[in-house]
Design a protein around this ligand. Sequence first.
Ligand code: C2E
Ligand code: MG
Ligand code: MG
Ligand code: MG
Length: 289
Amino acid sequence: VQARRTACKYTLYKGTEDRESTRRLELMSELRSAIDQNELLLYCQPKVAIRSSEICGAEALVRWQHPQHGMIATGEFIALAEHAGLIMPLTRWVLEAAFRQSYAWHEKGIKRPLSVNLSAQDLRDPRLIDRISGLFATWALPPELVQFELTESALMEDPAGALETLVQLKDLGVELFIDDFGIGYSSLSYLQKLPVDSLKIDHSFVTSMLTNAGSAVIVHSTVELGHNLGLGVVAEGVESEALWDRLLELNCDTAQGHFVGRPIPTEQFDEWEAQSPWSRSPGGDVALH
Ligand code: C2E
Ligand code: MG
Ligand code: MG
Ligand code: MG
């Protein structure tokens, strides 16, 4: 009986695993055409300056609306794109869409920096810097209006190479954020060398900071560390007013999360903003830390 149970369990497990990997293979091969066939969508999530309650920017987040499977989880298909070597065409698509949106805001006189996520593979792409500087030239946008987010883990895949790319990005005059900060094993001596402007505290620490003493200490210390290094500090995953209030007490600069505003299709952002409780910075000024 035990052997049969084990065999049965094995078959069930293997069945699920096969289906899972078949689906992954299918998705991988479909992703390339999805990029060309406009199944990708650009969503935006607001960033709000905590002390002034002003919208001080937005983050560009890609979505994949699959014709059969519906919305595919972003984390899942970014990982697939990394495996399949499809990050570069994906990033190209996101950059085009983000610059288009940034230009639209700029045209309306809205100074709203939009940040784009880059992955580890982008940092190794020898054409990345030329592509980005080409887009700034094509759209005639000032460098303050498009920012970049690099996860701490992506930087740690090749710390020396990443540092070089960050220096080149910084030379373009753009602002840089370290994303998912706190879960990526970077050393303080490396961090101190990086030409970045802000840290984004990983949402796992932020969402649990009111119930977990360890998380609270990490958030508090990261705000201090960032400020002592002359960096801005953004909290991700601000899901409640209680979290917002605590982050205000801790003097954290910027909040992002469901309490502030969920990611929405980019073209709905202005409409969302008009009825949101958050104000736009007076005169459309960029409200940076
Ligand atoms: P991220 O850059 O750290 O983006 C923040 C993620 O947290 C987003 O997930 C966002 O939807 C989610 N989020 C927002 N508010 C809350 C909240 O209050 N609570 C919680 N728990 N989560 C919240 P999303 O859009 O699914 O993206 C996941 C990750 O995929 C991103 O994490 C980023 O690393 C990556 N990603 C997204 N778009 C792109 C892209 O265009 N290019 C690249 N290379 N990576 C991307
Ligand atoms: Mg990000
Ligand atoms: Mg993050
Ligand atoms: Mg994250």
